[in-house]
Design a protein. Sequence first.
Length: 160
Amino acid sequence: MVVADLKPPRLCGDERATLLALLQFQRESVVRKVEGLDDDAARRHFVGSDTTLVWLVRHLAHAETLWLQVRFRGDDPDVLDVLAMESGTTLAEAVAAYRETWSRVDQVITQAQLDDLVADDQELGPVNLRWVLTHLLEETARHAGHADILRELLDGSTGR
């Protein structure tokens, strides 16, 4: 089955608008890759690691929370407990948590300047919001590619 191959938005916005638009496109690409799957399919292992479609969705929610709320804004690391889903988490629950993460972290992004430094730089060294967003964009795009391959292995679906 071939899914429409959507292209990323083309715009002439400022740096923040461009980063956010491309990050949102990649987020939605991941969610589109898991649409229509049941939980068994979303948990199917094709590689030796624990990488499954449901794991990818959970991981991306965790990564955005870690980078933007904990490392950048300096929130208590207990905020990550929200994403400590059990192995029995359904795909629908994982997608809902991921979408909810977008709202929370987008608020952090809109309330800061791209040159603002991370609050917790002991482990990272000084990096700014621009770097964090660029890193999350590449991380999400990389995992969207993994999701694309896993979905194709599952049922032959291709496209963004």
